[in-house]
Design a protein around this ligand. Structure first.
Ligand code: NDP
Length: 451
């Protein structure tokens, strides 16, 4: 059997054993197939990864914590939610990754996010391992007091697993600066110490870093700028569609507009708004951040804008598409529509928003595709800068942090490009990101022995 075929066979066998071990964990297995599907060329060079069971080791979390989160609503009714923290891999540093509060949260979703996080964190070049957590709690419609009580109950259990050298959470869907405040406050109270570096995404008033709030969205726009530069293009005058209207979407829109792109649509889980004159970001911020309202209100307040509660945001003609809401929100039909309408670049602000079939369609049509673990790594990269500042008890300026973010996104882009070229698939950002991330993690896993 040729070396190539032997590698493919051993890879298939490893993936099969991971599938058997994690039956029914659809999202997690999708993420495993997406990453491991890129690795044949690097594994052919490094067969010891098979002998040392590196694939199986990386896909099995070091620790999975599942816990009860009891809390009382404003009427005194008791609710029980399920909390999760998956401490996936600490070969490169302490576990690092956000917390998601959303009713869809389950072990498979947290594991897919944690698995992706391992390679994303490796790509940033910072000394951080991978983890993720959250709860199946629905914050929508909950009062501020209810959110606080939930966060306090969640942290009352989780605090024993956290620490600046152990596991450092941050935000994700449903967890922003307000929630980070309540979580940090409860940790501080229980641990009886002001350990700023145990969580990131804090308000700059009490230990956070400037630019963290904007970092994922800004970083995404910087990554897209690099992708367009490869095609001798810029964002200037490009029509852009952004899904979502949360943290990532908001600041992606802000930076794209600053770079003179024209964003014409955004969304939430009720539907999308189309505004051919360009999305008015101040209005979006007013509705989503100040009023904590629904995006449909945008169309009621802005003349000429339309709200659609049916159909797909990806049917809108655009040059650049930025899915920034949630996993599997861009399916094969959406990819076909984007291709037909002449889209040049798709880059993931969310984690795994495009299905494997959608990505294949985009690749076949020659659309440049930036995977989340590279394109949305700006958030965790600035979180690492926040940890750095907390450790040195210092604070960088907005401009300096933004400059470092731009440098990091440029470096991640360059790594994707050079790795994809080196392994025979030039222009394939998925292969570039997966191989580069894997190599770094696998080398460290091997160096640290069978642990
Ligand atoms: P937010 O909670 O701030 O915003 C999420 C947005 O996505 C909201 O507009 C929400 O609408 C929408 N959304 C959520 N679920 C669905 C759904 N099932 N269908 C349609 N729309 C949905 O989260 P973030 O902006 O922080 O996160 C968005 C994505 O980016 C996630 O995939 C996250 O993992 C990823 N990410 C976030 C980072 C960060 O720094 N925050 C870093 C890297 C990646 P609604 O209000 O209706 O629920």
């Amino acid at each position: 059997m040729s070396e190539k075929n032997l590698t493919r066979k051993r890879l298939e066998k490893a993936v099969e054993s991971i599938e058997n071990l994690n039956e029914g964990q659809t999202e997690f297995l999708q993420a495993v197939r997406e990453v491991y599907g890129s690795l044949a060329p690097v594994l052919e060079e490094n067969p010891e990864c098979f002998d040392q069971k590196v694939l199986e080791r990386i896909s099995e979390p070091e620790r999975q914590i599942i816990f009860r989160v009891p809390w009382q609503d404003d009427n005194g009714e008791v609710h029980i939610n399920r909390g999760f923290r998956v401490e996936f891999n600490s070969a490169l540093g302490p576990y690092k990754g956000g917390l998601r509060f959303h009713p869809s949260v389950n072990l498979s979703i947290i594991k897919f996010l944690g698995f992706e996080q391992i390679f994303k964190n490796a790509l940033t070049g910072k000394p951080i391992g991978g983890g993720k957590g959250g709860a199946d709690f629905n914050p929508r419609g909950r009062s501020d007091d209810e959110i606080m009580r939930f966060c306090q109950s969640f942290m009352t259990e989780l605090y024993r697993h956290l620490g600046e050298n152990r596991d450092i959470p941050a935000g994700d869907i449903g967890v922003g600066t307000r929630e980070i405040g309540y979580l940090f406050g409860q940790y501080k109270r229980i641990a009886n110490q002001y350990e700023s570096g145990m969580i990131t995404g804090k308000d700059p008033e009490w230990g956070g870093t400037l630019v963290r709030n904007e970092a994922t969205g800004y970083g995404l726009a910087y990554f897209v700028r690099e992708m367009l530069a490869v095609q001798d293009e810029t964002l200037e005058g490009k029509t852009v569609v952004v899904s979502g209207s949360g943290n990532v979407a908001t600041y992606a829109i802000e930076k794209v507009e600053e770079l003179n792109g024209r964003v014409v649509a955004c969304s939430d889980s009720d539907g999308y708004v189309y505004d051919s004159s360009g999305i008015d970001l101040e209005l979006v911020k007013q509705i989503k951040q100040v009023e904590r309202g629904r995006i449909r209100v945008y169309a009621e307040r802005k003349e000429g804008a339309e709200f659609h509660d049916e159909g797909s945001i990806w049917s809108i003609t655009c040059d650049v598409a930025l899915p920034c809401a949630t996993q599997n929100e861009l399916q094969a039909d959406d990819a076909k529509a984007l291709v037909e309408n002449g889209c040049m670049v798709v880059a993931e602000g969310a984690n795994m928003p495009a299905s494997i079939e959608a990505i294949d369609i985009l690749h076949e049509a020659g659309v440049a595709f930036g995977p989340g673990k590279a394109a949305n790594a700006g958030g965790v990269a600035v979180s690492a800068l926040e940890m750095h500042q907390n450790a040195s008890r210092d604070a960088l300026t907005f401009d300096e942090t933004d400059r470092r973010l731009q440098e990091i996104m440029k470096q991640i882009h360059a790594t994707c490009i050079s790795t994809a070229r080196q392994y025979g698939t030039p222009g394939n950002y998925i292969h570039g990101a997966n191989i580069a991330g894997f190599k770094k993690v696998a080398n460290s896993v091997l160096a640290l022995g069978v642990i």
